[in-house]
Design a protein around this ligand. Structure first.
Ligand SMILES: Cc1ncc(COP(=O)(O)O)c(C=O)c1O
Length: 492
């Protein structure tokens, strides 16, 4: 063997550790499977919030050993320093913000996709993978009421999906740099902050942003929108796009989707709907009624990692006019010249900023195949009813009031103390529930009022979780009252 061959062989010997044989694979697979089983068996038993320790970074040095570490100690490290601290987002007791999911079948989809590593950015590399993803886009289009031939992309989440929609709108309406200062975008203060972020990233931050007034249900007032557009037109401005919400993160408000659609149509504006949270409630009877008019939009975002209970990492954008989406994102390069394209298939890389992308479709397709759609629909119906149940039960607890009647599955409420400032009381109450940790709730501020939220979207949230949440709130009230010296221990 010559020098070169000897060197190659030396490196090959070590490099081949990256390709363990079946026996070696099992040495790491088995403990991980065992740990994930233990995690799932106890997922609702572990406290949902375990506080934040900023020293945790010390357990994650920026250097790695040259040699391997035992899998058991790696798992122990993850358990103690990653999976335990902070919010246990996989628990049904996660009732804060907008909870994600984590259905098991999706993890198998990810596992499969990572093993086979199909390259689904382009049709040429994985015609089946692209067809599979496009079938999901078509399915979502039919749920929304878009033509199944619409454009779409499976992105990493709602923020990127919204960015793709805003970029498409910009290109479609030919917003040139010179026109930006006179171009107007209409939205509301309830829009998720990722919309403004998308506007900025898409180079539209110097557009005029008009925040349309909200009614008492935190919905955009459509007459105000119409009046503002007419005023802007008369003033020589260029109304461009309206962004409506189909379920706001804050309070779950749904803008008047039909009315806004008609206004956009009348004035020829791009109509985008952020349905990242609320969109999949279209699979329920109540949701379909509440979201009437959604199909009038030009683009829409729905998050399967919210409404279809997937683990984080999947947001979908649909654009009614696929050609526009293609024009906004298509690119080519000499090194891609061998790709052959079929006429009627557009690859994800032509409809989004990504070229290489994980095979995200499999984490949704596999669960839909394994379970069918029925349990997804049932779980969404259950969430709507659980929200109703929470409202009914919390109203029975002394001094709690509902802030806004929920549209979907976000309840807003607060405790009204006999004396003292309600805002500081509720702030202390949310802290007390965090210290308790059996469930996790979050809060918001609406017009200076500190409001508690209960967002019910985890597939693991059931009636007993809601009963527990109410108990945690009652216990929290006692704790705050005690701390405020309003009650003696006996009275509690
Ligand atoms: C209504 C709405 N839009 C957009 C987003 C952003 O989505 P993501 O966190 O998946 O980027 C969220 C997240 O909660 C949301 O609730």
């Amino acid at each position: 063997m010559g020098d070169l061959e000897k060197k190659i062989s030396l490196f090959e010997h070590v490099a081949r550790k990256l390709e363990p044989n079946e026996g070696k694979r099992k040495e790491t697979q088995d403990p991980i499977i065992e740990y994930t089983n233990e995690f799932l068996n106890n997922v609702n038993g572990i406290s949902v919030f375990n506080g934040i320790n900023y020293e945790i970074k010390n357990h994650f040095p920026t250097e790695f050993n040259e040699n391997s570490e035992p899998i058991d100690s790696i798992i122990k490290h993850l358990k103690e320093h990653v999976h335990y601290p902070g919010i246990n987002a996989a628990s049904g007791g996660h009732l804060g913000y907008i909870p994600g999911g984590g259905i098991f079948a999706a993890s198998l989809g990810d596992y499969l996709a990572d093993i086979t590593n199909d390259y689904v950015g382009v049709d040429f590399a994985s015609p089946g993978g692209v067809a599979l993803e496009n079938s999901l886009i078509g399915w979502m289009a039919s749920i929304v009421g878009y033509p199944t031939t619409c454009g779409g992309n499976l992105a990493s989440g709602g923020s990127i999906a919204n960015l793709i929609a805003v970029t498409t709108a910009r290109e479609s309406c030919e917003i040139k740099t010179i026109a930006i200062p006179k171009t107007v975008i209409y939205l509301s203060k309830q829009a998720h902050h990722c919309i403004e972020k998308a506007i900025r990233i898409a180079g539209l931050k110097d557009c005029i942003l008009r925040y349309i007034d909200l009614n008492e249900k935190c919905q955009m007032i459509s007459e105000e929108l119409n009046n503002q557009i007419e005023k802007d037109k008369a003033g020589g401005l260029f109304p461009f796009m309206v962004v409506a919400s189909a379920g706001t993160t804050d309070v779950g408000a749904i803008d008047p989707l039909s009315e806004i659609g008609n206004i956009c149509n009348k004035h020829n504006l791009w109509y985008h709907i952020d349905a990242a949270y609320g969109g999949f409630f279209l699979l329920t009877d109540k949701g379909r009624k509440k979201l009437n008019g959604i199909a009038l939009s030009d683009s829409i975002v729905l998050d399967p990692h919210k409404g279809l209970f997937l683990p984080y990492g999947l947001g979908a954008v649909l654009i009614k006019n696929k050609k526009k989406m293609h024009e906004a994102h298509y690119y080519n390069a000499a090194y891609l010249q061998d790709f052959r394209h079929s006429e009627d298939v557009q690859s994800p890389a032509e409809l989004s900023p990504e070229l290489s992308k994980p095979f995200r479709g499999l984490r949704l397709w596999l669960p839909l195949k394994i379970h069918g759609t029925a349990p997804f629909k049932a779980s969404l119906e259950e969430k709507l009813l659980l929200t109703k149940y929470f409202v009914q039960e919390i109203k029975k607890v002394d001094r709690f009031e509902i802030y806004l009647e929920p549209e979907l599955s976000v309840a807003t409420y607060r405790y009204v103390p006999i004396t003292g400032d309600a805002n500081s009381f509720n702030e202390a109450l949310v802290k007390a529930t965090h210290e308790d940790g059996r469930v996790f709730i979050s809060s918001t501020s609406i017009g200076g009022v500190f409001v508690l939220r209960l967002a019910i979207l985890s597939f693991r949230t059931h009636k007993e979780t809601i009963d527990l949440a109410i108990q945690v709130l009652k216990d929290g009230v006692k704790k705050v009252l005690l701390a405020n010296h309003h009650l003696s221990v006996d009275q509690c």
